[in-house]
Design a binder for this molecule. Structure first.
Ligand code: AMP
Ligand code: GLY
Length: 423
């Protein structure tokens, strides 16, 4: 009998996780709660209409179907303690517990942990009193970065180049409710961003190839921040020597600091980094989960069966796994709805998806919904088109060729994914 896996979430990341799992012969079925239009039509895969925050419903489902492993995609259920609930009922689950997820769910706590562990990061001040925060901003012309402490769906960070925009950002924190009651104000770092994601079971750390996301909406990394407009891996800005330093100066110390606090961290540890022009890495943030869209370029490069890695991570036997990666490059380009990241169109039919296979690219859906035989848009980021090839240039060429086959009203994508790596 093959294994049955439950994946929680509905984005491109979860489609890609389900895709990677469903390719393994050892997998009998993949359920995605709630999934999207892409997971609905994936082989061996079915959507389950349960919310990622309906822990009781998800546990009942896992028991009823004899699920071997549950994999949590997004941060919200991790921060709300889904792993602790599953573990209390002896259900195997991939992701950090609530205490570990604080690394992403509280930027002030993460900052304190980094400072204690001597991890290079932007210097920061933490305030719970807005008046004091404003005084600090008035006394420090910046540029400053203003961050809501808690989860804010990627909208809680403002890079404020002048005092006025820093004050505006502070005034707007109340929209985040409890997540905005504490604010982290930090120095602005300069350089090139990159993401290092690692599997860890609390003892062993196995990093994935370094990746680079494109967070801004506009060409040349300009304009407002988004959830991510495209990615590629490996990112050459992180050389093998730099990766060694990131293990020693970032990943190992944060894990040791967590262990010291009594936290066994199991899951993906994601370090968002700024690499200074002199090649020095500093941590911008930690995330407690796979990145989106980084996953859509990392998992297509993984040769080791994904379920073996996820199960070993969750069981604490990662020392017995050797990760094998293709020596290729992967790229993905996100197609968004016109207007994103502002207000955008919805429910437009998507055409041409059936022609993508002939290009060799793979489509990972995020904001789509299946209505009978139609796939329609439902969200800001609609899908990521992903491809691997010997060179980054060829992987990107394949992505853009596939994109030329896909149509929906108002489609927007960045034409310059990979530009920093000469793509
Ligand atoms: P975060 O939600 O912490 O990933 O922040 C979102 C984005 O804001 C990051 O990807 C960076 O582009 C930017 N950012 C956050 N902190 C800093 C910083 N200290 N210096 C420069 N940019 C930053
Ligand atoms: N790609 C950025 C994130 O997943 O947070």
């Amino acid at each position: 009998m093959g294994k049955k896996i439950l994946v929680i979430g509905n984005g491109g990341r979860e489609h890609c996780i389900a895709w990677a799992l469903s390719r393994s012969e050892q997998i009998e079925a993949v359920y995605v709660a709630p999934g999207n239009g892409g997971t609905a039509s994936l082989a061996k895969c079915s959507n389950v209409s349960l919310s990622p925050l309906d822990f009781q419903g998800l546990m009942d489902f896992a028991k009823e179907k004899n699920i071997d492993l549950t994999v949590v995609g997004p941060e919200a259920p991790l921060a709300a303690g889904i792993v602790d609930r599953f573990q209390a009922e002896n259900l195997l689950i991939f992701g950090p517990n609530q205490a570990g997820a604080r690394l992403e769910a509280s930027k002030s706590w993460a900052k304190e942990m980094m400072e204690k562990a001597g991890i290079p990061t932007a210097s920061a001040m933490i305030f719970t009193d807005v008046a004091k925060a404003k005084n600090y901003v008035l006394a420090n012309p910046g540029p400053l970065v203003i961050k809501a402490d808690g989860l804010a769906q990627g909208k809680g960070v403002t890079v404020a180049l002048d005092t006025e925009s820093a004050l505006t950002a502070l005034n707007e924190l109340s929209q985040f409710g409890a997540a905005g009651e504490t604010v982290v104000i930090e120095e602005m770092l300069l350089g090139e961003e990159a993401s290092v994601l690692a599997f860890t079971d609390g003892k062993t750390i196995l990093a994935m190839p370094p990746a680079q996301d494109h967070k801004r909406i506009g060409v040349g990394d300009t304009g407002p921040n988004t959830g991510g407009m495209g990615a590629y891996a490996p990112a050459p800005v992180i050389t093998p020597q730099l990766m060694d330093r990131i293990y020693k100066e970032v990943l190992e110390p944060i894990l040791a600091a967590l262990t010291h606090q009594g936290v066994t961290y199991r899951g993906v540890l994601y370090a968002g980094l700024m690499i200074s022009p002199a090649g020095e890495p500093k941590v911008i943030e930690f995330n407690c989960r796979f990145g989106d869209p980084e996953t859509q370029v990392l998992l297509p490069l993984l040769k080791t069966p994904l379920e073996e890695v996820l199960i070993a991570t969750a069981e604490g036997t990662l020392d017995q796994i050797q990760l094998e990666w293709k020596s290729e490059c992967a790229a993905c380009v996100v197609l968004a709805a016109g207007g994103y990241p502002g207000s955008y169109r919805q429910e437009d039919e998507i055409f041409g998806l059936e022609k993508v296979a002939e290009t060799g690219a793979t489509v990972f859906h995020s904001g789509t919904r299946q209505i009978e035989h139609q796939i329609v848009t439902q969200g800001g980021r609609i899908m990521a088109v992903s491809a691997t090839a010997t060179t980054l240039k060829d992987a990107l060429k394949c992505c853009y060729e596939a994109i030329s086959k896909i149509q929906f009203e108002g489609v927007y994508y960045r034409p310059d994914i990979g530009w920093r790596a000469g793509g």
